[in-house]
Design a protein around this ligand. Structure first.
Ligand code: NDP
Ligand code: MG
Ligand code: MG
Length: 340
């Protein structure tokens, strides 16, 4: 009973007379701004005077102003600067929001955790493409779409969802399908997913597997191939046809061993850890920690990142990727994009 919206559900007149300020010209910003403009929407990119992205936006044929100027002119303000700087950018533009304007996001963190508290007379919506920005742009140019999420946090005009759908159509999301959710659900599932499974879980699984083999005397190269390189091939199969397609593609030995040993490795303790991680996302503990971390110059972030960069698996991987051809293919470039 999930509703999926497509092009036919969107009414482009909901956005075609609007001026959209796109704040930020990074991964999402450059894609939204160019797709909106190519869809005939009046776009103004908001960037600080010192911004290194200003030239890129101008070169792409877009008008550029400061975030405050852009917001002042706009009916829809799309907030596409990094989540950690959104509260301070918002403080600069808040007084430019007029009754009936729309504040538009691509992720719910700052609204959900109360870091941005918009006035009651503006619409607050989210269109979150489920992909890095360069694919949002490339898909649009190829006539294809990027799946996305839609959420309405505040509907002051009575028209918030319709306008958000029109925005989704203009950036190409309704070509692929847009699923309705809430700011809370998008934020909490996004944070949990990247922490427990996508970014945190998978890197630790790979590293612990690699270390177990290397500590037992096997060669780092073999350990790298087994635990990291093959991961992509396995995930590609699951992406294409689910777990079943992956299991059907590996040997019966791999299938039997995987089905019996998997739950021994990812055991009840891991499940409890995941429940703990989810609880800290839900009760705001993680959000508070990350906000404080940013306010204090990111000491833990720096230290953890350094340790991660220095892990042996990175040296082995860099050497092996230089020696083999797979590192040149296009899909590998995509894998360097951020998941946020
Ligand atoms: P980026 O990190 O790519 O944004 C960089 C842009 O923000 C640059 O134009 C930069 O310009 C500007 N910027 C940075 N700091 C400031 C500042 N202090 N004041 C003004 N402008 C600033 O962001 P993303 O595109 O990754 O993320 C934008 C939003 O989209 C976030 O809410 C994110 O969660 C969401 N999202 C991101 C996805 C992704 O794949 N990246 C996927 C789905 C959602 P400057 O040159 O001035 O630094
Ligand atoms: Mg094997
Ligand atoms: Mg995220």
């Amino acid at each position: 009973n999930t509703t999926v919206y497509y092009d036919d559900d969107a009414d482009s007149t909901e956005i075609e007379d609007a001026t959209v300020a796109v704040l930020g010209y990074g991964s999402q910003g450059h894609a939204h701004a160019q797709n909106l403009a190519d869809s005939g929407v009046d776009v103004i990119v908001g960037l600080r005077e010192s911004s290194s992205s200003r030239d890129a936006a101008r070169a792409d044929g877009l008008r550029v102003a400061t975030p405050t100027e852009a917001a002042s002119e706009a009916d829809v303000v799309s907030v596409l600067v990094p989540d950690t700087v959104q509260p301070s950018v918002y403080a600069d533009i808040e007084s430019e929001l007029e009754s009936g304007d729309t504040l538009q996001f691509a992720h719910g963190f700052n609204i959900h955790y109360g870091q941005i508290e918009p006035p009651e007379d503006v619409d607050v919506t989210m269109i979150a493409p489920k992909s890095p920005g360069h694919l949002v742009r490339r898909n649009y140019e190829n006539g294809e779409g990027t799946p996305g999420l839609l959420a309405v946090y505040q509907d002051a005009t009575g028209d918030a969802k319709e306008q958000a759908l029109a925005y989704a159509e203009a950036i190409g999301c309704t070509r692929a399908g847009v699923v309705e959710t809430t700011f809370r659900e998008e934020t909490e599932t996004d944070l949990f997913g990247e922490q427990a499974v996508l970014c945190g879980g998978i890197t630790e699984l790979i590293k612990v597997g690699y270390e177990t083999l290397v500590d037992a005397g096997y060669s780092p190269e073999m350990a790298y191939f087994e635990c990291l390189n093959e991961m992509k091939l396995i995930v590609d199969l699951m992406y294409e046809g689910g777990m079943r397609e992956m299991w059907d593609s590996v040997s019966d030995t791999a299938e039997y061993g995987g089905l019996t040993q998997g739950p021994e490795i990812i055991d009840e303790g891991v499940r409890e850890n995941m429940e703990q991680t989810l609880e800290e996302v839900q009760n705001g503990e993680f959000a508070r920690e990350w906000i404080t971390e940013n306010q204090t110059g990111r000491p833990v972030y720096r230290q953890r990142k350094q340790a991660d960069v220095n892990h042996d698996i990175e040296d082995v991987g860099a050497r092996l990727r230089d020696l083999f051809a797979w590192a040149d293919d296009e899909q590998n470039d995509e894998s360097t994009e951020k998941v946020t």
